[in-house]
Design a protein around this ligand. Sequence first.
Ligand code: PAF
Length: 295
Amino acid sequence: MWQATTISEARAQRGGLRGTVAFVPTMGALHEGHASLIRAARALADHVLVSIFVNPTQFGPSEDLARYPRTPGQDLALCTAAGAAGVFCPTVEQMYPGGGPTPQAASRPACLVTVPALAGVLEGAFRPTHFQGVCQVVAKLLHIVEPDVACFGRKDYQQLKVIEAMVEGLNMRPRIVGLPTIREPDGLALSSRNRYLDAEQRPRAAALYKALQAARSLVEDEGETDPAAVESAMRTELAAHHVTAIDYAALRHPQSLAVLDCIEPRLTGGVVALLACHLGPVRLIDNMVLGGKER
Ligand code: PAF
């Protein structure tokens, strides 16, 4: 497996590949969820390329950029074992030459991409510049790697919708594929931030999955049509597990993320339940598509 740290090295390695390329962008601290993305990507193309880059522009000023876990040795071993052909691990200076990572600090004019209708709600309401940073780095990576397919976890559901909209809206070439969330036995979605959970918080973190299952049961088994009733049931389930610091517990249209007046999964292709909660200093997100094809 090759490793490139500069854009020119990555382009040269990419240019030498015959056949199709699937791309898995990551921020490192890789876990079984990433390994499953890489393995799934192998079935979609002849070669799989991975990027590992903790992208500063998608972190807010008070977020965890400085302490975001960095495990480069383990990450490369995981990529090799999962069957990646190459890994691109650029420096911040490679990706944002000429200055600081924020558009304000950079000495060169920043080029930004936004999907305003999707980026300002839910996560965007709490992390106002997050998706602008995600789009900025993903657009750059797609231009550098030039994949045929790019794979993203459905765990970051809103990110997936924003990237799909960016790629479609800008006529970018790669096909975007969303892949299933991998969960611990108690339902907690795998995330690089789970390692921040302490022994008291870890069991409580399964409450997010329990709340999503409660939403699923109401929509799919009981035919509930009132979004407010489902949102309230999710909050009740979270509170039962002493998770009370909730940024949102929302039921939305699965593509537009618009607020729904009524739950009609057959008309909308399902609905999506989305959660963001704090357990002490750890912020966790999760989601589930209800009444649709994806599970
Ligand atoms: O999902 C992530 O790990 C990141 O947001 C991504 C897509 C690699 C962009 O930095």
